[in-house]
Design a protein around this ligand. Structure first.
Ligand code: MG
Length: 375
């Protein structure tokens, strides 16, 4: 690391460590090692064929969960470095934050949650932790990736009290109403900054959003006027790119500056002071947050709930539901490894094996599996 870490950053020496003790790596720090384990995981490679907003086969140029995660990480790293925080930790959390996502984005997650209603539900964020703690099986000595506490703390963004009680160390903060470290707080905001901006690009590319509509959004409108003033003859495609890069720049700069002010005011002496601060210290200014939130609302209404998207939502939700029903009826429709696991347990545990299998699918794998059960 080029610059020294702030006292309130996550420091390896004060880490709560790994669940299973391991000898240190020769050349890498512990959070670098976490990042590398995440990149080498099977779940990470699957993200390339998982939906962000547009289902994978709708076009080659749309974001996928993988490129989304890379954009989140690039924003998160910039902010972490600017604030003298732990960059490899911020990067690891950003890259892992969506590892538990189902196929077909939120449509898939909502349907799987509905299918699992009587068996404890399904939540993609909790599933991301389950992937790194249990489901990846690559190491001889333990299940999961055996990540550092601070990485796992960051991956678990939110959690019900009921689930928190079952999770042990990483669940405690939800019972004690504490905050996670600053690197985790950054990953959380970087996620929202990334999708707010890249979804505009994808929505525009798909013809579902127009310049006129976007012009009603203050964050977009002010950058639009700026770019138009500088380049009056720019074509729409480059205009959009120029606006989006400026929007990201505006929001990220504001985030860094406001967070610096928050840190000055609270002057935490350690990561534990950050956890006890009573509220997140990583935040945008109120004015910028309002514009950012307004854009999020706009995308929700005009893109995620666009009639054309809803039609796709209905199709893919039927796929998830059919798969769940079919595997519940006959676990042998799954590969032998999952069938054996499902048949060795009962009730909610059996349903959980099936949910794990479906959640791990890529979009196209789920479509093929659906074809094979419906004929
Ligand atoms: Mg995300």
């Amino acid at each position: 690391m080029g610059t020294s870490l702030a006292p309130y950053a996550a420091h390896e020496l004060h880490s709560r460590g790994r669940r299973y003790a391991e000898p240190p790596s020769t050349y890498r720090g512990e959070y670098q090692r976490d990042r590398d384990r995440i990149i080498h995981s099977t779940a990470f490679r699957r993200l390339v064929y998982k939906t962000q907003v547009f289902v994978n086969h709708e076009g080659d140029l749309y974001r996928t969960r993988l490129t989304h995660s890379l954009e989140v990480s690039q924003i998160g790293r910039t902010v972490a470095v600017a604030l003298h925080l732990n960059e490899p930790l911020a990067e690891a959390i950003c890259l892992a934050h969506d590892l538990g996502h189902t196929p077909f984005g939120h449509a898939g997650q909502d349907k799987l949650n509905a299918c699992m209603r009587d068996y404890g539900g399904f939540e993609h964020n909790l599933q991301s932790l389950r992937v790194v703690d249990e489901l990846e099986t690559r190491y001889a000595d333990f299940a999961g990736l055996n990540l550092m506490f601070e990485t796992r703390e960051g991956i678990l963004k939110h959690c019900s009290v009921r689930n928190a009680r079952k999770l042990g160390d990483v669940g405690e903060r939800f019972l004690e109403r504490k905050q996670p470290g600053l690197e985790a707080q950054i990953a959380n905001v970087a996620d929202a900054i990334a999708y707010n901006n890249h979804d505009i690009d994808d929505g525009f590319r798909a013809g579902l959003l127009s310049l006129e509509q976007l012009g009603q959004q203050p964050l977009f409108a002010s950058r639009h006027d700026e770019v138009r003033g500088l380049y009056p003859d720019l074509d729409d495609r480059r205009l959009i790119y120029e606006i989006i890069r400026r929007m990201i720049g505006t929001v990220v700069s504001d985030l860094i500056e406001e967070t610096r002010r928050n840190l000055d005011a609270a002057s935490p002496g350690s990561i534990d002071d950050v956890r006890d601060a009573g509220k997140p210290l990583v935040s945008m200014s109120e004015a910028t947050y309002e514009q950012h939130a307004s854009l999020k609302k706009f995308l929700y209404k005009n893109l995620y709930h666009h009639e054309q998207k809803l039609e796709m939502t209905r199709k893919v939700q039927a796929i998830v539901e059919d798969l769940f029903t079919a595997y519940m009826e006959d676990a042998n429709r799954m590969p032998a490894e999952f069938a054996t696991m499902a048949d060795s347990v009962e009730g909610a545990d059996r349903a959980r094996v099936i949910a794990d299998y479906i959640a791990g699918m890529t979009d196209r794998y789920a479509i093929a599996a659906h074809e094979s059960i419906t004929g």
